[in-house]
Design a protein around this ligand. Structure first.
Ligand code: C5P
Length: 276
């Protein structure tokens, strides 16, 4: 294939997240419902001469070997049985999904990159091979190969597609601080206190360190969200509304610098829009 290939990598929110226990591998046993939203990064893969490169205007975005796009490229090369250094591709990332927000930006980039490198290099990987490669890159990565509304079990990497929820509008508020997933689970381990009224078990432990989380959830509930919660391990908080105008009104009340109003996406919409 010549020229460029463009992929959109959508963000997710977690409609529910239950921590069921710890696992011998140090991970946590989860039961979570993922939901795609239209907020997305755009990845452009261009065949070039020279070294493998990841480029992004955001200086906070890591562009080296630790980036999951880089690791996805190495995975696809392993699937193809190719040895040697990566080269001859530049990946340009237009970063719109805030990092350390619980919106799955890095994992979504990784899933989009797995698909794109397979196409770019003509590698035929079965869905099961792709799923296994995704799970190796991170617990959330397999979900992004599926999208829409889906149940995640085990580490969140064993997926069961669910009926899509009714089309809704999400108000996503991202505080100025980020939360590392590893840190959030460590907070959970040292004090696994559940708030039965919260739909995300990590919400109360994250809110204990960042009280603004509870305030944002309360405000979104007061504004009429039918569900308001921390997303993943945070720091983003979202509220879901049936009507766009209600979501926009809530976003105006919150008026933060990183507040997004974005529709939820069905699995089919994810598939159709990913390459547009
Ligand atoms: O798989 P990923 O690299 O995205 O996970 C980041 C960190 O989050 C892990 O190193 C682990 O500390 C924590 N985690 C967990 N249980 C999960 C998913 C993630 O403890 N189910």
């Amino acid at each position: 294939m010549r020229g460029s290939l463009r992929a959109r990598a959508f963000a997710k929110i977690n409609l529910e997240l239950r921590v069921l226990g710890t696992r011998p591998d140090g991970y946590h046993e989860l039961r979570t419902t993922f939901q795609s939203i239209a907020l997305a990064d755009t990845l452009t893969f261009t065949k070039t001469g020279g070294p493998f490169r990841i480029e992004c205007d955001d200086p906070a975005f890591p562009t080296g070997r630790t980036n999951l796009i880089w690791k996805a490229a190495e995975s696809v090369r392993r699937l193809a049985g190719t040895r040697g250094r990566l080269s001859d591709v530049t990946v340009r990332v237009e970063k719109n999904i805030p990092m350390q927000a619980g919106l799955g930006g890095g994992s979504s980039n990784a899933a989009a990159a797995l698909r794109a490198f397979c196409r770019l290099w003509g590698v035929k990987a079965s869905p099961a091979m792709l799923q296994a490669a995704a799970a190796e890159l991170g617990a959330d990565v397999p979900y992004f190969l599926c999208g829409g509304t889906a149940l995640g079990l085990n580490r969140g990497d064993v997926l069961f597609p669910l009926d899509d929820i009714d089309p809704s509008w999400a108000v996503v508020v991202v505080p100025e601080f980020g939360v590392s997933t590893r840190q959030a689970f460590a907070w959970w381990d040292s004090s696994p206190r559940r708030n039965p009224r919260a739909s995300n078990d990590l919400q109360s432990v994250v809110a204990r360190h960042h009280p603004v989380v509870s305030r944002l959830v309360r405000t979104l509930n007061k504004e009429g969200a039918f569900l308001a919660s921390l997303s993943g391990s945070g720091s983003a908080v979202f509220g879901l509304f049936s009507r766009r105008s209600d979501a926009q009104a809530a976003a105006r009340t919150l008026a933060g610098p990183r507040t997004f109003v974005t529709p939820t996406l069905t699995r089919r919409a994810c598939r159709l829009l990913a390459a547009k």
